[in-house]
Structure formats: C-alpha cells, structure tokens
Design a binder for this molecule. Sequence first.
Ligand code: NAD
Length: 393
Amino acid sequence: MIIKPKVRGFICTTAHPEGCKALVRSQIEYVKAQKHSAKGPKKVLVIGASMGYGLASRISAAYSYGAATVGVIFDRAASGSRTATSGWYNTAAFEQIASEDGLYAKTINGDAYSKEIKDKTIELIKKDLGKVDCIVYSLAAPRRTTADGTVYTSVLKTVGDSYTNKTINLKDKTVSDITVEPASEEEIAATVKVMGGEDWKDWIDALVEAGAVEDDAVTVAYSYIGPDITHPMYADGSIGKAKDHLFATAKEITAQGRVKAYISVNKALVTQSSAAIPIVPLYISILYKVMKEKGVHEGCIEQMCRMFNEKLYADVPVTDSECRIRMDDLEMGEEIQSEVHKLWTEIATDNLSTHADLEGYNEDFYKLFGFGAEGVDYEADTDQGTKIPSIEE
Ligand code: NAD
C-alpha cells in the first residue's frame, strides 16, 4: 500500500518501513565512519532499543565495536492495513543489516517492566551470549503495570507551584502562553514509579542473580537537566523527581559492587517522548537553530556514538564531579545558552521562522516515523508487513 503520515497530536499513527530502514542505515553509516575507542563492550543489552536514544545506543555499540546486541522493545507488528510502529520497522531494519554484516542481533518484544520479559531476555542472553558486559536502560514510557496489577501513570507537570511560559502549537505554528499545573503527591509518586530507577535496579538484580553479567560490566541510564526556562517543567518537575530517583539508583547499583552504573545527561532532542512535554518543543526548536548555526548540532546517533567512544569507553570514563556523563556539554555551553535565552525572550508567532528552526523540528518529527528519508519513494506501493527476523509472530 502507499503509506502516508497520519499525525494525531504528538504522534503519527502510521510508519514507513522503507523510510525507517533508510534512516537506520544512515545511522549505521555515520557510526562506521567515526573513530572508535580501543576499549568497548562486546555483548550489550539495550532496554528500550527501538527508537531515539536506545536505538542509537544499540547501533553505536554494534558498529563501533562489533558488539552483539539484545534489544528489548515494546512495539506492534502490522495488522491488516494498519502499519507496524516505527520502532518495529527500525528493529527489523537493524536486525537485517546487522545480520548481513555478520553481527549478532536479537530482540525481545514485550513490556520491559514485567518479570516475564526479564526472564525471557535473561534466558536468551544465557543461551546465546552467556553474559553481557553493558546494559543500556533507555525506557521512556507513559505507564507501568507492576506485578500486582497496579497501573502507574507518569505525568509531565510541575512540582509545588504552577508555571506559565511560552509554548508552541505545531499544528497552526503559533506561540502562546501555557500554564502547567502542579502534580499531586500521588502523581509524583506514580511518575517516579514509571520513570525512576526501581525497574532499572530490578533488571540489574535479575541479571546478576542469574549470573548473566560479566565482572567488569557497566550500565547506563539517561537523564536531562537543561536550562532554567525548562526547569519547572523538567528538572524540578514530576519527571525531574523521577530522574533524581534514577540518579540515586545509579549510586545504589554501583554500591552493590557488581555493576558500575552511570547516568548520561543527554541533549534535548525531538523524540516521541520529548514531543509530548509542554514548553520543551519550543525550546528544542530554538536550540536546533542556534546549535546548527554554530555548527555543533547533534542528533541521537551523534550523541550516543560520542558517548560510547569518547566518554563511557574512554581509557577512564569521562564524568562530571557527580559521576554523570555530560552529553549536554555542547547544549549547555555559555555561548549557546545565552543566544537561546535571548531568542526565547523575543520569540512570538510573528517571528517564529527567524527565531526557531521549525523546519528542522518538523523534519525530525516526521523522521521518527520513517517519513522524509532521502532516496525513498513514498509514492511506491510498499509492503507494510515487514518481519523482525528474531521474532516469531
Ligand atoms: P523514545 O520514546 O524515543 O524511546 C523510548 C523507548 O522505550 C522506545 O524504544 C519504546 O518502545 C521503549 N519502551 C517504552 N515503554 C516500554 C516498555 N514498557 N517495554 C519496553 N520498551 C518500552 O524516548 P527517548 O527520548 O529516546 O528517551 C530515552 C531516555 O532518554 C529516557 O530516559 C529519556 O528521559 C532520556 N532523555 C531523552 C531526551 C530527549 O530530549 N529526548 C533528553 C535526555 C534524556
């Protein structure tokens, strides 16, 4: 069938298999062309491997070091005239290309929060790889169901007071004020339950208990800090509380003495998750403009390739004084932030095109779903029923 984007709010309900494949291939080509650190992981588990930072981590590990990768994803195959999710197509493309290149890549599809999926993943690791030496935790989820059946839903709200600032309506390209209301205590606790470190630690404990981690294994989870304008929404908001918990969990995991845990503070980028945060997309489109003009813009693949090769697997891991890897080093640079701040104070509907990179934002948004890739014929009849080689349907 001919597949066109169908955007509903922050997501696109269709995805293009050939577009996703072309974009995965271009991420692979990027990594292959970089210089790689002498040290590197050989057997990597990526939890949340189908999109954004997790997918870029999987590609970086595989194509920097020839690492075998096991990915855990939560995606949907095509059914009837409904396309699969883009995470499904990305994973299918990654596995196909990796296998052509002689690299081990298998995937488990299901809820990473569940014991069933942890058990299945560990069984696969033990059978095929024995142990892993690197575990990437890159989940971004709206909800989590715990073993007793309770469903926790995360919220993107402030903590304490409400916060009013500018936001962008991407549909009609207008800037207006938005007031974000504070989360209740219950909502904050639920957000910590979903996006905090509890499940990360459950994964590490389960892997260690099963004897599925190498002695020198490391694990990394991702966070964001950002500038003042986003703090009430992010670092000091409900999601920030979850990230504080994630950070505390890194210390707990390391203190157990088996696996060294890191937090990598990444750059703000357009992903399916960040598109849903109020205020942040306007900040991202200004940031894109400034960083592109200064020639320092990076996407997920540039960030993750640099993280593996220049930070996590440098001779000695490169961290700040609090043991965090700072991939937001360029974003948070003084020159970038003062320019972003100036544009932020001035931005309004009538100067959007000069003050923000809306085109770049939109382009990245459509690419999340495989649309807008170079060399793909979007008018061609396309088979949407792509299979992930390692997954039986
Ligand atoms: P994303 O939406 O692109 O990817 C999230 C991944 O998690 C997807 O592969 C999705 O399928 C998977 N997933 C979600 N629920 C799952 C479940 N129950 N079981 C298995 N897999 C599941 O998000 P992202 O932006 O790449 O976020 C990844 C991490 O990076 C998050 O911790 C996020 O907070 C962090 N981060 C993001 C940004 C940003 O600007 N996007 C910046 C810094 C840090």
